[in-house]
Write a protein of this length. Sequence first.
Length: 247
Amino acid sequence: MKILQFTDIHLTADKSKAYEVDVWNNLDRALKLGLEWHPDLLVFSGDIAFKEGDPAIYRKFSRYLHDTIPEETRVAVLSGNHDDPALLASEFGLEKALRPDGLYYDSETDNAHLIFLDSTRKKLEKEQLDFLEEICKDIRHKPLIFIHHPPFFAGIPYMDENHAIENPGDLARAVSACSVRPAFFSGHYHTEKSYLTIEGDVFLTPSTFYQIDPVSRRFKLASYQFGFRLIEWDGKTLFTSVHMINP
Ligand SMILES: [Fe+2]
């Protein structure tokens, strides 16, 4: 299966620019380039809204997708720290996946177990960790786990010290029940990075908004290039690549 991951698209309600960046146009350029791969699934891994969850943003976004992507292409959305999981669930017909502690769900394909988590509140509560652990206990296929916040520290000082997930140890314990090695796909850090941990392989995907400097201890903008990730899993090999676009 072929998946495209877009993250931190930070859309505005009136299609205006966000901090001088035409976020709608960036998304459109990235998506149209990505569609050339004929993906089976598009994952939007959180921070769909510019600053905070807004029904008008989610409505415009879902209409835009409806008008832009082929009917057979599936879409999965995740909530990020700038989103509202309940509003997202209602716009994308995910009401059944909305629980008191977030919007999380899974689906199985013939060779993968797709798991979509919710780190809106920067922390995964016990209910969500139990959900993940239960899936891991009977996992048959490779877990491809999408979560807005990187599940573990990424060695990026400004983001690790100020904006990291609060309970990476709990998440590590939950996935240690998986007999098949998971691959995690995250955003939030506005940068591209891969790191291989005992718990699984982690891939950070750049934003379609702007990128953050991966070295500085203070917030520093790195670039206005934007990008997305292609993930191909054939049951034996996972191919993944990031594609960057000039503003
Ligand atoms: Fe974020």
